[in-house]
Design a protein around this ligand. Structure first.
Ligand code: AMP
Length: 442
């Protein structure tokens, strides 16, 4: 089955083909015709499945079939996403696939100036991509008119609920016209999502695609035992000697991410860090440089990496094991996507043996250990407690909003996972990432 059998117009097909896609992914095969029919959709799909094009292409098609009246450009489609990065990526897709159509789009999220967004909205926007917090700001200032919305899309709805956005979403729903098409995308289906879907969707078409292959066959996983102090050296050695070109490296802390990126740079390996204390501009630039190949190593914390559209990476490195075993599965899910083989390497020191055992229990297999000659661990080095590790609870918010993640006192190393680690040793429930406190603003 190819794209031209799905009911999309020539302008969209041209843009899709220029992007290099030849075959629709399973979610696209199901979602595109269903959305074109005009009904509501409840789709279970994770990042990496091609879901963005799955809703963007038919949305563009539908809107272009009834172009707006001249001069009048009310928002006709509203796409809500949990994070700024995802909002930016979704709007980028709208621009890419809609390049031959006379439709206008805009993205609005917090952490950047509001006035340029107001100007853009005033000039008229057909498709608006937004995070809930900033959208509410615009609603409050009456700088956005949502009274003509024909299609509402909730992307990564489960994460929006996790992040405490439910009240904001309900406020947005309250101002939308009753008659509209609703598309809900979610990777998981908790009771809360079901409740939201029941209230929102009218006889939805259900679309479910297989979960992404994560910790299993497609990803080759290996542990390199190494001393705590020699991890940076080992990473440089691996990147250089194996000639890795695009490597996503995970650290536990923002401070650790910065330090490692600097160390790699010093050794002549281009690297950038991406985490919650970086400005939106810096994060966007780091991601763009990584994607273009200008930056070889992207060092990220778990939170910062969430929602990033960086898929099919050949190499993911756990510079430090995550405090929460499930995060390991998320991390390595970045590699080996869509039939590509990937490699996930974990640098494990004596302090992390317990974390490693927890991970092996979660993925139900023992990971192969391979000592790299010259980096043999020194058996006389004793284990030290991991600072802010899993047995310590942190009351600090696990926010996603970078501007608000910073704390007085600056870059102290802090566990990103601790706030949601729950009971020591216990399974993690998707706790609100903002620690249940202040509303995270997108
Ligand atoms: P998404 O799940 O929407 O985040 O998409 C994951 C990745 O798959 C993105 O990098 C897309 O550009 C890419 N992609 C989406 N649809 C296709 C397709 N039909 N063929 C190849 N790649 C695709």
């Amino acid at each position: 089955m190819s794209f031209d059998q799905l009911g999309l117009g020539a302008e969209i097909l041209r843009a899709v083909s220029e992007k290099g896609y030849t075959t629709p992914t399973p979610i696209q095969l199901q979602a595109i015709p269903a959305i074109l029919e005009g009904g509501d959709i409840l789709a279970g799909a994770q990042t990496g499945t091609g879901k963005t094009a799955g809703f963007t292409l038919p949305l563009l098609q539908r809107l272009s079939q009834h172009p707006p009246a001249k001069g009048l450009r009310p928002v006709r489609a509203l796409i809500l996403t949990p994070t700024r990065e995802l909002a930016a990526q979704v709007e980028e897709s709208v621009v890419t696939y809609g390049k031959y159509l006379p439709l206008r789009s805009a993205v609005i999220f917090g952490g950047v100036k509001i006035n340029p967004q107001i100007d853009k909205l005033r000039r008229g926007v057909d498709i608006l991509v937004a995070t809930p917090g900033r959208l509410l700001d615009h609603m409050g200032q009456k700088t956005v008119d949502l009274s003509q919305v024909e299609v509402l899309i909730l992307d990564e709805a489960d994460r929006m609920l996790d992040m405490g956005f439910i009240r904001d979403i309900r406020k947005v729903l309250a101002v939308l016209p009753k008659q509209r098409q609703n598309l809900l995308f979610s990777a998981t289906f908790s009771d809360e999502i079901r409740k939201l879907a029941e209230g929102l969707l009218n006889q939805p078409v259900l679309i479910e695609v297989a979960r992404r292959n994560t910790s299993s066959e497609m990803v080759e996983q290996v542990v390199h035992p190494v001393d705590r102090q020699r991890k940076g050296e080992l990473l440089s050695f691996l990147v250089s000697s194996q000639n890795w070109r695009q490597v996503l490296v995970f650290t536990r802390t923002k401070h650790g991410a910065n330090r490692l990126a600097q160390q790699l740079e010093k050794e002549g390996i281009s690297a950038a860090a991406i985490h919650g204390n970086k400005s939106q501009g810096a994060r966007t630039k780091a991601l763009a440089d990584f994607k273009s190949g200008a930056v070889r190593v992207l060092v990220a914390t778990d939170i910062a990496a969430r929602g990033l559209d960086i898929s099919q990476l050949p190499h993911v490195v756990n510079f430090e094991l995550p405090n929460v075993a499930e995060d390991y599965v998320h991390r390595i899910g970045r590699t080996g996507r869509a039939g590509h083989e990937g490699e996930a390497v974990s640098l494990v020191c004596v302090d992390e043996h317990k974390l490693l055992r927890d991970i092996e229990r979660v993925i139900k297999r023992e990971l192969p250990k391979r000592v790299i000659p010259g980096f043999e661990p020194d058996p006389s080095i004793a284990a030290e407690p991991i600072p802010n590790g899993r047995n310590q609870r942190s009351g600090a918010p696990r926010g996603n909003a970078p501007a608000r993640q910073g704390r007085p006192g600056g870059n102290k190393p802090r566990s990103q996972g601790a706030a949601t680690a729950g009971k020591p040793g216990g399974a993690r429930k998707p706790a609100p990432r903002n620690g249940g406190g202040a509303r995270p603003r997108g």
